[in-house]
Design a binder for this molecule. Structure first.
Ligand code: KG4
Ligand code: ZN
Length: 356
């Protein structure tokens, strides 16, 4: 099966091509264009994002066509494709619509099947991409399920149970801010720019994570929900109190490391506890915050120490933040179960949540 995938749910215009033959990925290319303009506003402005997608996405698709066929021409690319996959939700409605309408047009013009993909399902399927831990479980998923997924992105923080390849059950979610949002808001308070996660983790690498005791909300609660807004408030008061120290680079590094540690501790403790209670075989880390090195290491180490025998599937770094490779993989899983949409009717669904 040969899949062309499109992702435009937030501020990345991305396209990918994935060919699966005999249960193995035979050919694979992807391109991502990140909209730099939002750094100027300190966050994503929906209308600006949609306008950028409508300019950039056709160029990204032409670039991908050139990589696959040697030609920017869409006709040549269309001959190579069986299925068009696209992120249908969740995300910003105007951004999603640019991708969805592009996919509908391509499916109609090429006379191909189309499949609308859930963006979070895409993040999860990054664990099956080439070079990822579940790469060889594409054909035979014996020993993978039940699996627990920790989704950590700019808009989501949740624990999902996958009983099998297709079924998600929501175990818990954030009651306020997402983990990525906590990173982004803390970074904003420290004037570190947008997106804040990469900036905080860069500084944190040279900081003392035990310097300041920030709160770890809900870490000991038996349920699987999260809350990060209290941490943001604690960081705000802390920075108001210590404002004059912000000019000291080591103070900033120590604050960044302490904030990062607080977020990572909550995520790791609650995930390991859920994995133990749900008796899963695999723990999958998914979403933009999965690029955080401290989280990757801490979760891997804690699982190995507390629950040896559980498989830990962290996505390769380049597929953590938004991309279309993961959407292509999710499209493959949906298409092999015949979950197609009709291009005449397919619509963006900004509120589409998994497992609820
Ligand atoms: O999945 P993603 O690319 O977009 C959404 O679907 O939301 O996630 C973006 C989030 C942002 O909040 C960003 O700050 C965070 O992922 N992020 C990180 C790192 N890289 C990206 N957070 C912590 N450490 C990182 N290295
Ligand atoms: Zn995402």
């Amino acid at each position: 099966m040969r899949i062309l995938a499109i992702e435009s749910s937030c501020d990345e215009s991305a396209a990918a091509y994935l060919e699966v033959k005999g249960g193995r990925v035979a050919c694979f290319e992807h391109l991502v264009a990140t909209q730099a303009i939002h750094a100027k506003y300190g966050g994503v402005v929906p209308e600006v994002a949609a306008r950028e997608h409508s300019t950039t996405l056709p160029l990204v698709l032409a670039g991908l066509a050139k990589k696959i066929t040697g030609d920017e021409d869409g006709v040549a690319l269309g001959r190579k494709v069986d299925v068009v996959a696209v992120t249908r939700g969740p995300g910003l409605v105007t951004s999603l619509k640019v991708g969805v309408d592009t996919a509908r047009a391509l499916a109609a013009a090429w006379n191909k099947k189309v499949v609308g993909v859930n963006h979070i399902d895409g993040h999860v399927r990054a664990a099956w991409l080439p070079g990822a831990p579940l790469e060889f479980a594409l054909k035979n998923s014996r020993g993978v399920f039940p699996a627990l997924v920790l989704v950590v992105s700019g808009g989501h923080t949740e624990l999902l149970l996958m009983r099998d390849e297709a079924r998600y059950t929501l175990l818990g979610a954030t009651r306020d801010d997402a983990a990525g949002e906590a990173f982004d808001k803390a970074a904003k308070l420290m004037d570190l720019g947008y997106p804040g996660g990469p900036a905080i983790s860069r500084l944190a690498a040279e900081g003392d994570a035990t310097a300041f005791p920030f709160p770890r909300p809900m870490i000991s609660d038996p349920h699987f929900d999260f809350s990060f807004s209290g941490l943001k408030t604690a960081v705000r008061y802390f920075l108001q109190r210590e404002r004059e120290k912000l000019s000291d680079p080591q103070f900033v590094r120590d604050a960044a490391a302490s904030i990062e540690q607080a977020i990572v501790d909550v995520l790791v403790v609650k995930t390991v506890r859920a994995a133990e209670i749900m008796r899963v075989k695999t723990v999958i880390l998914a979403g933009g915050v999965a690029a955080n090195v401290k989280l990757r290491r801490a979760l891997g180490a804690e699982l190995a120490a507390r629950l040896p025998g559980i498989r830990y599937a962290e996505p390769p770094l380049q597929y953590c933040t938004d991309n279309a490779a993961m959407i292509a993989m999710a499209g493959y899983f949906a298409a092999r179960r015949d979950k197609f949409d009709k291009w005449q009717k397919m619509e963006a669904d900004p509120g589409w949540e998994l497992g609820r």
